[in-house]
Write a protein that binds this ligand. Structure first.
Ligand code: ZN
Length: 89
């Protein structure tokens, strides 16, 4: 049930993991797990999970492949990081 809802939400607009955790009242790591499952199962439905990577707002460094916001930028060591956004197309 949860995953079905997740798909219909993510087809509307991009969300961050923490937004989804708030909306579904669960923990971010649970959302992350569901998204990882979706990544695999969507392929059979001709849909794809897209990820706008987390980005350091200070130096522009991009964190590829991460669904959740990293704590600190490896390049400039700042913590001013934009959360990754996820959607389905
Ligand atoms: Zn940086």
């Amino acid at each position: 049930m949860f995953r079905k809802d997740l798909i219909s939400w993510l087809c509307q607009r991009p969300y961050t993991v923490s937004e989804l955790a708030r909306l579904f009242q669960c923990r971010p790591h649970e959302v992350e797990e569901d998204l990882r499952h979706l990544q695999r199962s969507l392929q059979h439905q001709g849909k794809r999970l897209h990820l706008e990577p987390a980005r350091c707002r200070h130096c522009g460094f991009r964190f590829r492949g991460k669904l959740r916001k990293p704590g600190r930028c490896p390049k400039c060591r700042r913590t001013w990081i934009e959360e990754p956004r996820i959607w389905i197309e």
